[in-house]
Each structure stands twice: as C-alpha cells, then as structure tokens.
Ligand binder design. Structure first.
Ligand code: SER
Length: 328
C-alpha cells in the first residue's frame, strides 16, 4: 500500500472488526481507517477514530461514503455467521451475498485499489476430507452461511478475472479473541469457555467433547490478513479464498489446557450446532498460503490459552513468563 490509502471497514464492531480496526489504525494512522457498522455510534465503544453508521445493504450510502471520503480499500467484514444463519436462511443469504455484491460493485465502479473479504472453513461439507482438508477439496456446504461463502468466493474470483479488481480472501477457521465476543457461529464455544472459566469456573459446552475443529487465535488471524493484503499481487495463485489453519482441538482438549491454569468444570449438552460442526473438516491444509505469501501461525493451544487467560486477567501468576508462554 502507498501512503494515500483510505481504508473503510464494514462490520467494524464485530469479532474481527474490533481487533482489525485497531491494528489497521496503528499501521496506517487513525484518520485513514474508517470504521462502519450497522450499530449507531453511541452503541459502540470503538469510536476512537472516524466512525459512520452504515447498512451495507444500502449501496447508495456505501458509494456515497466511498466517494466522499476518497476510500481506496474496503475490508468487508459484515456477515451473519453459521448458527445464526440457520435461524433465518433467506435473511442470512441476503445480507451475506447482497452486501458482498454491493462492495464488489462499488469497488469496481470507483476503481478501488483493494478489497478484503473473509470466507470460512464452512465452505466445506461432510464429503470434504476430515483431516488436512486441501485448498481444492470438494466444496459442498451444508449451512446457508457456507453456501453464501462458497458463492462469494466465486464472485471474488469473477471480479478479479473480469474487472481486474484486487480482491483477496481467507477461509478463516473458528476465531478466538479476548476483546470481542463471537457472534452466532458454531465455533463460539472456544471463546465463551474462557469467559465462563474466568467468571464461574464452569462451562456447559454445546458441542460434544470429541468435536475437533480448526481454530485460529485472533492475533494470528489479523497478522494473516495484513500479510495477505501486503503480498505482491503476482505471488497470489488463489483468487477465490485461501485455506488458513492454526490450531485444531476438541472442547475436552481446550478444557484440559485451561485447567492447567485455572480450575474449570465442563459438561456437554450438544445442540443443533453439533451437526454443523460435524459437517466441517477437523483440520485444514494451508500449504498454498505458506507457499504464496509465507503464512505460518505463531500460536499453539498452550500459548493461545495462556494469552487468552492473561488478557482476561483473572488467574494467579498471570505473567506470560510464569506460565511458559511459547510461540512456535
Ligand atoms: N466461526 C464461524 C462460525 O462458526 C466459521 O467461519 O460460523
């Protein structure tokens, strides 16, 4: 990126947006990163810089913001996640799909320099390989969220091929962060469990104890995003969305890891999210991301757990050195 970039982020108050906006502002300057979300400013705590209320389904408003603020880059994060999507499939399709098309169209018309859009491991389905699911594995999503992400990937590739739009995307696994709650996904337990561990020492998990899923700690996810966006265009062989992996674990393994630092009792009461989780791979092969732009995760289960608890600030001896925090 050059020094003229003005970045607009949609869904800025969501799980990824909350963290990404901070990092983008640190990197590019506060005034150059415009946070937008459906929430009005008084409902947010993240107004430490330019903030506008924006419904991404309103193309006219989006275009007006882009042109009036001379926006050059959009990070389009607004979306309905997998579990919430199943409660209102047509609504989820409408928001996830139409908003992406709005962003792509505005980006094409206004000749924006770059667009980022998150896809998900939810594009995969029960027939995709369970272990080390590859970049080109069968895409047969079972949720409307996954269907919208799979279709969105094709649209991204289409806009790149037809119009030369520099749109880039990652298939995020479940994301774990301490500063923002997850919102309506199947992997949310891996965030909730930390809050409940710290608050009550007890967690009832809505997935079975042996449900292994691909996950990623938010600092790694943010770093991957910036690394992908900074990569020379000629290095990118994937214009749909890159597989991205970090840590794969089960609720039982996560609970055991938390238990090494904080007493936690866990019980299991699987609900409708179990069948969604069962349809996804247990681990992801992200070799293409490693090859094309040098991706490697820094956190493993142990260091992620220690860092989460340290940041939630509630266990004895909470200095990183005292718990042997290691990045690999
Ligand atoms: N974390 C997302 C979800 O559970 C997957 O991309 O819906």
């Amino acid at each position: 990126m050059n020094h003229q970039e003005i970045i607009l982020v949609t869904g800025a108050c969501g799980q990824i947006g909350t963290e990404l906006v901070k990092v983008l502002r640190d990197k590019y300057g506060r005034e150059r990163v415009i946070a937008t979300d459906i929430r009005s400013i008084d409902e947010t705590s993240s107004a430490e810089g330019p903030y506008f209320r924006l419904d991404v389904l309103d193309t006219h408003e989006l275009q007006k913001l882009v042109t009036s603020l001379n926006v050059t880059h959009i990070y389009h994060l607004a979306a309905v996640l997998s579990a919430n999507g199943e409660k209102n499939p047509l609504g989820a399709w409408d928001l996830n799909m139409q908003s992406l098309l709005n962003v792509l169209e505005v980006a094409r018309m206004e000749k924006l320099q770059q667009v980022f859009w998150p896809s998900s491991i939810a594009v995969f389905g029960p027939e995709s390989p369970k272990q080390l699911c590859g970049q080109y594995a069968l895409i047969e999503p079972t949720t409307v969220y996954g269907v919208s992400k799979a279709a969105g990937e094709h649209w991204c590739r289409y806009y790149h091929k037809q119009y030369g739009l520099d749109v880039r995307s990652l298939r995020y696994p479940g994301l774990i962060s301490h500063s923002a709650q997850a919102g309506g996904g199947t992997t949310d337990y891996a965030v909730d469990i930390f809050h409940q561990a710290v608050g009550k020492g007890y967690y009832e998990c809505y997935l079975g104890e042996q449900t292994r899923l691909p996950m990623l700690y938010m600092p790694d996810a943010v770093r991957a995003t910036l690394q992908l966006m900074d990569a020379p265009a000629e290095n990118l062989s994937i214009r749909s969305s890159y597989n991205l992996a970090g840590i794969s674990f089960t609720p039982a393994e996560l609970a055991a890891q938390i238990n090494t630092l904080l007493p936690l009792t866990i019980t299991y009461q699987p609900d409708m999210r179990q069948s969604i989780a069962d349809s996804w791979p247990e681990s992801i092969d992200d070799q293409q991301a490693a090859n094309d732009w040098g991706w490697a995760p820094a956190y493993d289960l142990k260091s992620m757990t220690a860092d989460m608890l340290q940041n939630l600030g509630n266990y004895e001896g909470s200095s990183s050195s005292s718990i042997g925090m290691s990045k690999h």
